[in-house]
Design a binder for this molecule. Structure first.
Ligand code: HEM
Length: 130
């Protein structure tokens, strides 16, 4: 697979990841009767794993070390935060307002991660403010 194919697949999986996350959040946090079908639990893990593996593959192809390339290092830290927020948002036995807050924060963090990737800047979208 050439670099442009891997990058296209990485971006496509990023789109699928946030779409599935938003759907899962809508069904489990907003819908009256959440879906209990196993596919909605398993599919996001498959997509997210492929997203991360393709991201690591890109970094290897470009010889980018997250310890030296600041935007990639910050992006990885934010990815960890995004995963943690997602796990916490769907935990049982938490007040609904907290779950909704964690869910919203995860979506905002995802958008910030995409802006870091597009601008190659650790400040992401905030770099545009000068
Ligand atoms: C939530 C997770 C992630 C999202 C939303 C995301 C998003 C993106 C996007 C939108 C691009 C395309 C940027 C452009 O148009 O130039 C990109 C590129 C890239 N991503 Fe990710 N990514 C994620 C995770 C990762 C991870 C975990 C790694 C590394 C381990 C990674 C490494 C890269 C690299 C090296 C590029 C190529 C940058 C370039 O072409 O110069 N990504 N990512």
């Amino acid at each position: 697979m050439v670099y442009s194919d891997v990058k296209l697949a990485h971006v496509a999986f990023a789109g699928m990841s946030i779409a599935l996350f938003a759907l899962r959040g809508t069904f489990t946090l907003v819908a009256v009767r959440p879906s209990t079908r196993r596919v909605w639990k398993i599919l996001p893990h498959v997509v997210d794993t492929l997203l991360l593996v393709l991201g690591a593959w890109l970094a290897i192809m470009l010889r980018l070390n997250p310890l030296h390339v600041t935007w990639l290092g910050v992006k990885l830290l934010c990815v960890i935060g995004y995963i943690a927020l997602g796990v916490l948002a769907f935990r049982l036995h938490r007040p609904r307002w907290l779950k909704l807050g964690l869910f919203g924060a995860a979506i905002l963090l995802f958008a910030f991660i995409a802006s870091i990737a597009i601008l190659h800047n650790p400040r992401g979208i905030f770099a545009l403010a000068g």
